[in-house]
Write a protein that binds this ligand. Sequence first.
Ligand SMILES: Nc1ncnc2c1ncn2[C@@H]1O[C@H](COP(=O)(O)OP(=O)(O)O)[C@@H](O)[C@H]1O
Ligand SMILES: [Mg+2]
Length: 238
Amino acid sequence: MLEVKSFTKKFKNIEAVSNISFTMKSGSIVGLLGPNGAGKSTTIKTIAGLLKKTAGEITIGGLPSKSIDAKKKFTYIPEVPELYDMLTVKEHLEFIANAYEVDDWEKKAEKLFKRYDLYDKQDKFGKELSKGMKQKVSICCGLLPEPDLYLFDEPMIGLDPKAIRETKIIFKELKEQGKTVFVSTHLLDSIENVCDRILVMKNGKIIADGDINSLKKQLGNNEHASLEEVFLEVTKDE
Ligand SMILES: Nc1ncnc2c1ncn2[C@@H]1O[C@H](COP(=O)(O)OP(=O)(O)O)[C@@H](O)[C@H]1O
Ligand SMILES: [Mg+2]
């Protein structure tokens, strides 16, 4: 579903991502875990086509990530929700439905609003929403087109516990439908029980890749340490 080959991204003199490669199969939930500044957002934004790569190749469903056909296969849910001040909650979904030509969008939007407790907030304007409500609307916009690949950048930030639980349930439903979920986070426990596989990123490089058990083996030499302890140890600054 997603193939990233020898990808490097430089911002002037900073190398934010250094020659990383990975592939992702359909029907999986993959976490991208790393401390602040590791290069997670840069990686996700470049996959989504919002940043130009310095080197490497990225394909989505076998198509170059920049092509129009590739863009139809994924949605990107940014770290900081970007809503329109003067569109209502429902109008945001209508806008996305038109852009992605979503059939029966009102029914689908209604279901999402119910799951995210937005049903009675549909007529509120973007500028009237709290940070958490904006994040929920942004997630609904990402889910509405039902693409094959979902790129979530730190989706749990700002969500209340109920919305976090709902989002995890949705990830699992998507996986069951054969979809692919790629989710970045700097908080291990927000994805620990959800991901089939976790890529651990530090200083622009992938330093471990596998399921929770194999990560412990790859990262730690103390088998009694919790994964969190191992993660903190390997990602701390020297
Ligand atoms: N637009 C930018 N211009 C210059 N440097 C950037 C830019 N965006 C990110 N960086 C740098 O790239 C590195 C990785 O950042 P980022 O991908 O946002 O990390 P993460 O999402 O893992 O916290 C950091 O050192 C950050 O300062
Ligand atoms: Mg980030």
